[in-house]
Design a protein around this ligand. Structure first.
Ligand code: MIG
Length: 752
């Protein structure tokens, strides 16, 4: 049975075999007459606003098969973190969270699944969202060139079509349906240092003071699994970390936050309070015979909390809050696909002891028993087990992809329980539709290789087009050894990742900013400094993201949806709507070709101005090509050692030929008071009229006293100004090194 329900001007719902089931979508219903549709047996024809046409064929078997047509010049965007280029057309994808070790196009599925994509050409923007957390297969043009083929392993399906006038409108609608992104604390926008593993408390403090000594900004340090006792969540290894309280206090003095890893598997051992308490409420995933489902992960034999069960979420949020109460600032959720090395059986137990005693490597162990795996990859085991969803039994197959989401929501509740007015920071590897409301995402175990750095760009851009803005890849590559050039280039790119984190594997050479000596360090430091300089601009982008669901880094097609030249470009991107970044992605390259869309662009490094089209741009090892769009601006501040520090002075750096509008936003950076309106926002209009510079300000909200008082306007292009006006009164300006500056005092402006 197929049913069609237009929900509002942008959204139409297709129901195949109506059934009450888990949903990840909030429906917003409003009168609409923009949708025309027609169902004839298994064929559906849909027209939106008399403009966009799409036809579906639906076959209902023990699973559901759907075909829809694709126009010749349609691109397909989205589908989460897949290892594919930005345009996902002519590929095959599996939606099934796994611990994927192959970070190349052949490595599919990946850690996180988002069954949402957008068909786009300059005359059509149509999103398709499949509201189902079990296995889905999507063929974007292999079987039939001009057709998408979807197979849903289920006997029911709910599909939403989202139509909009451009890509931004689709993303706004998507985020209204699935949740707006959370606003992180300011510190989370700074630089994060991680390693698998900083082995003890002294090493952690050494790393922290190293940053301060070298005057390299840093906001967070991560503890990987070795902080735990026997890899048990929410415990400390008392030999390595004899005095966590003292360590945390010292880190606080250095203004460095602490983020600790938490794994999904719980060591199944009586006497371990976390296990006992979960067992007490019957809170683990179970086999059909009601026994606890067990698998092998780092701690050995593990049970898996049933996060679909509300009681479990409540208990877990309590564990999280107690853990945070020690002064821990962030939670890093790993292995939550869930990743399981092997399903346990009796002959393995003895052998696994050897792994725990370091007599056998985990990989030899896993390959020995790999007949148990669907695929040779770790973490791709079949979980033939059940959950308890509001009292009814539901097979894991039906909810697999949403398992991490429920864990994340419960972790978020733990933050609220610990301090109801403090913003959370959760970093998760796996996730599903809606994760953007609660957590940031990193792309897992990449390698120190140029190809992995390159693919991270379309990967992160696509996560943004899938509603998830706060994303990053491990800078330098997680496993294998980086060389100096790769590390420099990756830091230069990573300074623009929404999540700016360096992490590395236990078996790889270290990747902290200073590991290749002074010269390399100074170039890396410059990249980190650039990030801190851009924080006010970046913070405003996070606020826009929270308000509108927009990504922080954006493919060119998002900003220029009517310029088809932009549609397949994924080695350049926009940071917000003003900056275009063209990273160097190859060894030895000291220049590259850069496509610049409409308008003129100013090279931030040398002030050179470029025209629309393909340009050849030089970039020595110290430089990443970055361009400011004509009549736009960035907001910068002086570099500080941490992102929480007051901005004191703001500089609006603009490329002005006519007219620029710019907004600056500030709040306390750590509480939810902004939700009560306690933020500061000012809008400036900067105009060049012949030889006159005219600046008009408009305070949009002043219920928070901003962390800066001086605002300076700096014009980066050479123009001739003879007189300047601030809010229609003649005002002093200066000319230094060929640039025009105008500086004013905010308090004065506001008459305070
Ligand atoms: O099986 O905790 O992706 O970031 O360092 C590997 C150890 C487990 C995988 C994560 C990686 C982390 C590592 N973890």
């Amino acid at each position: 049975m197929i049913k069609i329900v237009p929900l509002n001007d942008n959204i139409l719902k297709i129901i195949i075999n109506e059934k009450e089931s888990l949903s990840f979508v909030k429906e917003i219903k409003k009168e609409t007459n923009l949708w025309d549709y027609n169902i004839k047996e298994n064929e559906i024809k849909i027209i939106w606003n008399k403009e966009y046409k799409i036809n579906f064929k639906v076959f209902i078997k023990d699973h559901i098969e759907i075909f829809h047509d694709v126009e010749e010049n349609d691109r397909i965007y989205g589908l989460g973190e897949k290892y594919a280029r930005l345009n996902r057309r002519y590929k095959r994808f599996h939606m099934w969270n796994v611990d994927q070790q192959i970070h190349l196009p052949s490595g599919d599925p990946t850690y996180l699944s988002i069954p949402f994509y957008i068909l786009a050409n300059p005359k059509k923007f149509l999103g398709i969202l499949i509201d189902y957390a079990g296995y889905i297969y999507i063929d974007t043009g292999v079987r039939n060139l001009n057709e998408v083929f979807i197979k849903i392993k289920s006997d029911y399906a709910r599909i939403y079509l989202i139509a909009g006038k451009n890509l931004k409108e689709i993303l706004r609608c998507y985020s209204e349906m699935t949740g707006k992104p959370f606003l992180p604390p300011k510190w989370a926008l700074g630089y994060h240092q991680s390693r698998y593993s900083y082995m003890d408390q002294n090493e952690v403090l050494e790393i922290a003071s190293e940053f301060r000594k070298r005057k390299i900004p840093c906001d967070a340090i991560y503890l990987d699994i070795y902080h735990m006792n026997e890899f048990k969540n929410f415990t400390w290894d008392s030999k390595r970390f004899p005095n966590p309280k003292e360590m945390i206090e010292k880190l606080k003095d250095l203004k460095i936050k602490l983020v600790t890893i938490v794994n999904a598997g719980i060591k199944a051992s009586k006497g371990y309070a976390v296990y006992d308490k979960l067992k007490e409420i019957d809170g683990f995933i179970k086999y059909s015979n009601n026994e606890t489902f067990l698998g092998i992960v780092w701690p050995g034999i593990c049970a898996f909390p049933d996060f679909l069960n509300e009681k479990v979420r409540k208990l877990w949020s309590y564990f999280i809050s107690e853990w945070l109460n020690q002064g821990i600032d962030g939670i890093w959720l790993d292995m939550n696909e869930p990743s399981i090395f092997l399903i346990l059986n009796k002959d393995m137990e003895k052998e696994f002891e050897k792994v725990l005693n370091n007599e056998l490597s985990l990989f030899s162990f896993v390959s020995k028993f790999s007949t148990n795996l669907i695929n040779k990859n770790i973490g791709y085991v079949k979980i033939d087990a059940f959950h308890n969803l509001n009292g009814s039994k539901i097979h894991h197959d039906e909810v697999h992809n949403a398992y991490p989401l429920f864990q994340i929501i419960s972790t978020y509740e733990g933050f609220i329980k610990s301090n109801s007015n403090k913003r959370s920071f959760i970093l998760s590897r796996s996730g599903f539709i809606g994760i953007q409301g609660y957590a940031a995402v990193w792309t897992g175990d990449n390698q120190a290789d140029w190809s992995h750095m390159e693919i991270s760009v379309p990967q992160l851009l696509s996560l943004g087009l899938s509603g998830i803005p706060f994303v990053g890849a491990d800078i330098g590559g997680f496993s294998d050894d980086a060389d100096p050039e790769l590390l420099i280039r990756w830091f230069q790119l990573g300074a623009f990742y929404p999540l700016f984190r360096n992490h590395s594997d236990i078996n790889s050479r270290r990747k902290e900013p200073w590991v290749f000596g002074e010269e390399v360090e100074s170039m890396i430091k410059e990249a980190i400094n650039l990030r801190y300089k851009l924080l006010p601009y970046l913070y405003k982008l996070f606020v826009d993201s929270y308000r509108e669901g927009l990504p922080i880094i954006r493919p060119l097609c998002l900003e220029f949806p009517f310029d088809e030249n932009c549609y397949d470009i994924d080695d350049e991107f926009m940071l917000g709507d003003s900056l275009l970044v063209a990273p160097i992605l190859n060894p030895g390259s000291k220049a590259r070709a850069v496509y610049l869309p409409e308008s003129k662009w100013l090279n931030l490094w040398n002030g050179k101005i470029y025209k629309k089209g393909w340009n050849f741009v030089e970039a020595d090892l110290k430089t990443i090509p970055v361009f400011l769009k004509e009549n736009s601006a960035i907001i910068t501040t002086n570099v500080k050692e941490s992102a929480e520090e007051p901005w004191d002075k703001i500089t609006i750096e603009t490329f002005l030929t006519k007219n620029v509008n710019v907004k600056i936003y500030d709040d306390d950076g750590i509480t939810f008071n902004y939700k009560k309106g306690e933020f500061f926002e000012i809008e400036l209009n900067i105009k060049k009229e012949k030889n006159k510079l005219k600046i008009n300000t408009n305070i949009l909200n002043d219920k928070f006293e901003p962390s800066f008082n001086k605002i300076e306007v700096k014009i980066l292009n050479k123009i001739n100004i003879e007189r300047a006006f601030l809010n229609n009164k003649e005002y002093d300006f200066s000319k230094r090194e060929g640039f025009i500056f105008l500086e004013f005092d905010l308090k004065e402006l506001m008459g305070k």
